[in-house]
Design a protein. Sequence first.
Length: 164
Amino acid sequence: MKINETYFYCFGCHSTGDVIGFTAKLFNLSPLDAARKLAADFGIDPNTPVSAAVAPPRAQQEESRREQEGHCASVLIEYERLLKSRQQRFAPVHLSDEWDDRFVSASHALPQVSYLIDCLYDADASVRRDTAESLLDNGILRSIERWNASHREEADAHDEALAA
């Protein structure tokens, strides 16, 4: 059986349909009773006007999701740049020198940040979506944005000094 967001298809009996048809067949109900069952199971008020229950068009959802993924990627790319700058600035000159905590923390964070950026550019849309949702829902991205803002000037000044 194949089940996705818009329909189901049974390879055994060749049945196909939407969620109401699937529920009707699964529980041997009429389509109306299946709709009532779904409303009860998912806490949907059957008196909700149809216009309020309709989801935004799929294209709008897709565009919004892509914007979220793009925003997450741009914040993480800046974070990665700032971490690399910090890693470079505070690296020990000799291996026997004491390591600066800022070097150590940047070195620890970089692999995970690079991995998250890779996930946001993954070919699998569900990987991109899950990564963006995780960053946004847990407040992680907001924390990174604050960190970026507070360390941006410091890194830019260092980069300008290197270029001079």
